[in-house]
Design a protein around this ligand. Structure first.
Ligand code: NAI
Ligand code: NAD
Ligand code: ISE
Length: 336
């Protein structure tokens, strides 16, 4: 079966996901596009989806009888309205992170999905589909013994001037927040943020780098360095220390070279390349579930928990050094 897909938000990642569906994966076809910047949707139609209809608004796209499932890849602040509209229409919906920019917004989505009575939403937490993280989870479950600590880093070479301190949480750390819950099968109970001295390349409205310390219900302590002006590359690091041993996330495949009296491996510089394969796998999962009229993978509940945790981390940034408690409401049976 070929699922007929509408894409709302045809920027960097919306265009790339549309390419995946029409040119890489089987099981889906882009039939509709919408973007506040209509020219962007028209350009994706011309380059990738010539048969697609361009709609003026996301709501019109969702309401179209031609559209069977929806991809929400517009700016984070617009996600909630489109996901709620897709749920109301009973259409499976893949939503890029964040599910919503506030915990209240994410809760409205959880409530609407629970009221519908079946899973309709997949959140774009693609690291759960990354072969490296899948292997790391297997190593933690089978070899290292119960986890005690996690040391991690999320480094981007540079960010634009619009990227301000809380975005290090909502936009960047949010991937670690989700993937460590999944990796450890655990939830967070507190967050603390420590700021070293500001890096020279950090711009005016951003305190960069920062270290977030999360504690889990099982007593695991996780430290994550977020350094988004690290200059040298896009680098994702993770090491789990367990009772019996230590497991590390593998480095991306890179040719080792001996050149000019140096032993060298290239380091990636663009996030799009680092998780390119996992974006394919997450969307393949979405298409398969959407063909059955439902959704699987990271859920609205995961998006909601990530939003609650993100909000606590932002408070922890403001209360520099102090631990901020994280408490979660009861998980609805739909997400068990
Ligand atoms: P972008 O700015 O390149 O694209 C966003 C597009 O959405 C723009 O074309 C904009 O015109 C359009 N848009 C904004 N508001 C809209 C609305 N109300 N209706 C329709 N279109 C609207 O942004 P980018 O980098 O593609 O990010 C989009 C989303 O994807 C964000 O939520 C971001 O967090 C997420 N993202 C996720 C990544 C991941 O690794 N999972 C990586 C990059 C982005
Ligand atoms: P982008 O700015 O390149 O694209 C966003 C697009 O959305 C733009 O074309 C914009 O015109 C459009 N848009 C904005 N508001 C809209 C609206 N109300 N209706 C329709 N279109 C609207 O941004 P991006 O980098 O593609 O990021 C988009 C989303 O993807 C963000 O939520 C971001 O967090 C997420 N993202 C996820 C990953 C990941 O690794 N999973 C990576 C990058 C971005
Ligand atoms: C971006 O929005 C993403 O989601 C990338 O995966 C992340 O690494 C980057 O820091 C974000 O800005």
């Amino acid at each position: 079966m070929t699922v007929k897909i509408g894409v709302i938000g045809t920027g960097m990642i919306g265009r790339d996901h549309a390419r995946r569906i029409n040119q890489v994966l089987a099981g889906g076809k882009i039939v509709a596009l919408s973007d506040v910047n209509r020219a962007s949707a028209e350009a994706v139609k011309a380059d990738i989806a010539p048969d697609a209809v361009v709609f003026d608004t996301g709501e019109e796209l969702i309401a179209s009888p031609e559209v069977e499932a929806v991809l929400v890849t517009s700016w984070g602040a617009t996600h909630e309205q489109y996901v709620l509209a897709a749920i109301a229409a009973g259409k499976p919906c893949f939503c890029e992170k964040p599910l919503a920019t506030t915990a209240e917004g994410a809760k409205r989505i959880v409530d609407a999905e629970v009221a519908q009575g079946k899973r309709l939403v997949q959140v774009g937490f693609m690291r759960r589909y990354d072969a490296g993280y899948v292997a790391l989870k297997e190593a933690v479950q089978s070899h290292t013994g119960a986890p005690i600590m996690v040391h991690a880093a999320h480094r981007n070479p540079t960010v634009p001037e619009q990227y301000i301190t809380p975005m290090a949480i909502h936009d960047t750390l949010i991937h670690e927040i989700d993937v460590f819950r999944w990796l450890l099968d655990d939830d967070y109970v507190s967050a603390r943020v420590i700021f070293p001295r500001k890096a020279a390349r950090s711009h005016g409205k951003l305190r960069d780098p920062q270290v977030v310390i999360l504690e889990t219900a099982k007593g695991v302590v996780i430290d994550v360095e977020i350094f988004v002006n690290c200059h040298y590359g896009y680098d994702i690091q993770c090491e789990v220390v367990g009772e019996d041993g230590v497991a590390r996330l593998p480095e991306p495949m890179a040719i080792q070279m001996r050149l000019g009296a140096k032993l060298q491996n290239r380091i990636l510089t663009d996030w799009k390349d680092r998780f390119v394969a996992s974006y394919d796998v997450e969307l393949d999962d979405f298409l398969k579930a959407a063909a059955q009229g439902t959704a699987s993978g990271p859920s609205s509940w995961d998006g909601y928990v990530a939003a609650i945790t993100s909000d606590a981390c932002v408070v922890a940034q403001e209360k520099e050094g102090e631990a901020v408690a994280i408490s979660l409401p009861a998980r609805p049976a739909l997400y068990n």
